[in-house]
Design a protein around this ligand. Structure first.
Ligand code: ADP
Ligand code: GLC
Length: 520
């Protein structure tokens, strides 16, 4: 079974959030099951720097529309996964974040950049490919590669099956109508059953509409997004595709996130050596300028600072939280208001609250190890990885009951299985109450140790998810192509589409195509 992963991020080299972590770890877990998984990713400067010996293996020509001819270079990741680097310097040789320019706004040509990524993924799955390796499945991730499913659908010739994994439904990858032509898509694609979404072209919708199967990164999120309340304008389509939609819970890279061997920690520990965790707390406090108060727990956040993460709720009640008493550390970046709000909080509560704005992988590890309690009050959370890291690091999380958080965190009320604290409504009152419960439990050491060890015992490795993906790939590749597939009009490939108005969709509150503002 050959599987092509198409992704816009891959840890540890290019990562703005959990998507990078998944693309960096899941392929190796699948390869361990005997699948030949290769990863297509743009040749950002960080990739070329880390793989200077990557050799040219193909030059995909005639991709349609205004798409250029890139070079595909092959390299091998340290875990043995072959990487296909999509090299086209005018698109990808840019510094910093993969999605945003220096002003913090989306690059204006993101449709072409990620259109090219999608188009090349489809090319690799088509008869036109000149590579000596053909995927049975093209596995796309989020809007950035959603268009691959559309290209596979509209391309003539034998087609590979596609799987589209939704890591986050909030990012729709919306571009104007003219991009249909620039991307070499046919007129036929511009319809309600195609890539058109309220007068825009949506890469996300393309994936949801055209992929042979859809997964999300937790079973709960797969159910939630089929409801009008949480479907972010895609619920109808997702309900329509319910038969092809399922949730597979993410794992974590247990080699990278292992408190016993983590090179970022001053002292390694496991569930039987929990007192050693204290050395990491002392070091973290010293590093952040927090007072070494032994009567209060240290609470932590490592996150993109966006509406999704519900951190405005935490900011609002932070003064009450600090009075419990407790200390707080926040590492993150994103919305200007939240950044400013947390910076002001730290200024006002020196010694009790520390805030670091930016993206800092090493500090993220030290926080997971040094903190007592992790906080994730997300409004929605497709899976969430930080609560899984927290569980493994003996740092019980306080989470809202949504998506993957609800699937992985068991409230302490369940004495024999509890590993954290779960609250319902996205309100300051509910959050504060959960934080109070957590800090109270922290003052009861035997109870706290039980929570920690129950969390640390959770198997969060990729093994279970990899088996589920492998099953799904097998089912998909065995499926006989449906006759409905054959009837698209392919004669229009690359020809400009007919005009269609741009409806105002501002009332839908649709966020930009970027994933955040982290500087990588
Ligand atoms: P999302 O993908 O929605 O951002 P996840 O919890 O799935 O949320 O994954 C976030 C990943 O990004 C985790 O690995 C987390 O440690 C990392 N991360 C987020 N913000 C930062 C930051 N400011 N510095 C370092 N790592 C961060
Ligand atoms: C997304 C989601 C997050 C998930 C991650 C990896 O960015 O917001 O919940 O864990 O992707 O799948």
């Amino acid at each position: 079974m050959n599987v092509l992963f198409a992704t816009s991020e891959i840890a540890p080299w290019v990562k703005t959030g959990g998507l990078g972590d998944v693309a960096g770890a899941l392929p190796a877990a699948l390869r361990a099951l005997g699948l030949d998984v290769r990863v297509l990713v743009p040749a950002y400067p960080a990739m070329l720097r880390n793989f200077p010996g990557a050799i040219e293996v193909a030059r995909p020509h005639w991709l349609g529309g205004l798409l250029p001819t890139p070079t595909l270079r092959q390299a091998v990741a340290p875990d043995g996964t072959p990487l296909l680097l999509l090299d086209y310097p005018p698109y990808f040789n840019r510094p910093g974040n993969p999605y945003l320019g220096p002003e913090g706004r989306d690059w204006l040509d993101n449709h072409l950049r990620f259109g090219l990524l999608s188009r090349v993924a489809a090319w690799l799955g088509s008869e036109a490919s000149t590579l000596d390796w053909q995927p049975d499945i093209v596995h796309c991730h989020d809007w950035q590669t959603g268009l691959a499913a559309a290209y596979l659908r509209y391309l003539p010739g034998q087609r590979t099956k596609s799987l589209f994994t939704v890591h986050n439904l909030a990012f729709k990858g919306l571009f104007d109508h003219a991009s249909l032509f620039e991307l070499g898509l046919p007129d036929a694609a511009w319809s309600m059953d195609g890539v058109e979404y309220y007068g825009y072209l949506s890469f996300l919708k393309a994936g949801l509409q055209h992929a042979d199967a859809i997964t999300t990164v937790s079973p709960a999120y797969a159910r939630e997004i089929q409801t009008d309340a949480e479907g972010m304008g895609m619920a109808d389509l997702l309900r329509h595709r319910a038969g092809q939609l399922s949730g597979i819970l993410n794992g974590i890279d247990t080699a990278v996130w292992n408190p016993a061997t983590d090179p970022h920690l001053v002292r390694g520990y496991n569930a039987r050596q929990l007192p050693a965790k204290a050395a990491n707390k002392a070091e973290l406090r010293a590093q952040l300028g927090l007072e070494p108060c032994h009567d209060r727990p240290l609470l932590a956040v490592v996150s993109r600072l966006t509406e999704q993460k519900g951190l405005d709720l935490l900011l609002e009640i932070a003064p009450q939280l600090l009075e419990l008493p407790a200390q707080l550390v926040v590492l993150g970046s994103g919305s200007h208001e939240l950044e400013q709000g947390f910076v002001a909080l730290a200024k006002k509560h020196k010694g009790q609250c520390a805030v670091r704005i930016g993206f800092d992988e090493a500090l993220a590890h030290r926080i997971e190890a040094g903190a007592d309690i992790f906080v994730m009050p997300s409004r929605f959370e497709p899976c969430g990885l930080n609560q899984l890291y927290s569980l493994r690091y003996g740092t019980p999380p306080v989470v809202r009951a949504t998506g993957g958080l609800a699937d992985t965190v068991i409230d302490a009320a369940d004495e024999s299985h509890g590993n954290g604290f779960v609250f319902g409504p996205a309100t300051t009152g509910a959050l504060l109450q959960a934080l109070q419960r957590a800090t109270t439990a922290w003052h009861n050491p035997p109870r706290w140790r039980r929570l920690q060890t129950q969390g640390m015992a959770r198997d969060s490795s990729w093994a279970a998810a990899a088996r589920q993906y492998a099953d799904l790939y097998r089912r998909l590749s065995a499926r006989i192509p449906s006759s409905a597939r054959g009837h698209e009009d392919k004669s229009h490939l690359g020809i400009p589409s007919s005009a269609r108005g741009h409806e105002d969709i501002s009332h839908l509150g649709i966020p930009s195509s970027a994933r955040g503002h982290e500087d990588i």
